[in-house]
Ligand binder design. Sequence first.
Ligand SMILES: [Zn+2]
Ligand SMILES: [Zn+2]
Length: 298
Amino acid sequence: MFKHEKLQLLIFIVLIGLQVLGVLGLLHRFHFSYLPVMLVVFFWGGISTTLYLHRYLTHRGFEMPEWLKFFFATGSAVTLAGDPVMWVGDHRYHHLKSDTDEDIHSPVHGFPYAHMMWLVRKPPGFRERSKRYAADVRKIWYCRLWENSALYVLPHLAVATALFFTFGFAGMLWCIYVPMLLIYNVTWAVNSICHMPRFGYRTFDTSDHSRNNYLIGVVGFGEGYHNNHHAQPRCAAHGLRWWEFDVTRYVIWLLEKCGLAWDVVWPVASESEGKDLAPPSNEAVKFAPTMTKAATSL
Ligand SMILES: [Zn+2]
Ligand SMILES: [Zn+2]
């Protein structure tokens, strides 16, 4: 059982330290000049996690130009969302083993593990397994480079340093660590709260405990409609009904209209549900071929 594994102290200190910096920011005086930068960091970091790491890189729900992939990949690195190989490998495994003993961020192990502690007590072979499940991601040169933690932290350190010299210590805390505090906890809540029976509703009768949670859907760029997502992992939209506000879906739609996204796996409109949207066909919700290959190689 992974909960008895040795605590990875350095990662624990870093994760707690980053959040302490966010809380420390909230205790410092706010200045309105910070606001535009905060919004840019929050939106760039948040959408980079949901649109790039999750809907594009993990599930291949659409395609986009190389420069745009790099732009979003950099956004995820600036907010230290996790190196893409580990992120994708772990998340693909989550979809295969949701809410079983092998799903290390399921609430079946308790809320703290589902939320954050899984990051600091990983089972033996976790990294090797992630590499196998994300073999396609390892072919991307910057994702391969970022497997080295010393290189992965560089975009974050560069932005934090620039903010420090522009706005001072308090400004740096407000502009980058406060948005990161929110992004982290909302992202982790998708693993924890959106798999807890009490919080949310189910649209699809999936084999896991996933729920749609409206609040996390709104704050988390649409990721909170997690039951919809488990029912149809490749679909680029997680919010399916008109009132399920899904910012990531709208951004992908906008990119498609501008010719910057194509081969998008959209849900098909359901005649029986009026304006509501039905899941795409089974054929459309399969994982990427590389994922299927990785899964069968276990
Ligand atoms: Zn899940
Ligand atoms: Zn997913």
